[in-house]
Write a protein that binds this ligand. Structure first.
Ligand code: ZN
Length: 54
């Protein structure tokens, strides 16, 4: 079993430099979060969404 690091799930947004905003507007690249989910992170998000709505 391999260990998943946070870096494998998300990365700093290069568009807003992790701030989440660009000139006081929410960064469109990361949706104001400052981080962008990687392909693996997105896969996990989809998984949790699918299994967590009870
Ligand atoms: Zn951003």
């Amino acid at each position: 079993m391999s260990i998943i690091a946070m870096d494998d799930l998300e990365q700093q947004c290069w568009e807003c430099n992790e701030k989440g905003t660009i000139s006081d507007e929410a960064c469109p690249k990361c949706d104001g979060k400052g981080y962008i989910a990687t392909a693996l992170g997105q896969t996990l998000l989809d998984f949790f969404k699918r299994h967590s709505d009870k």
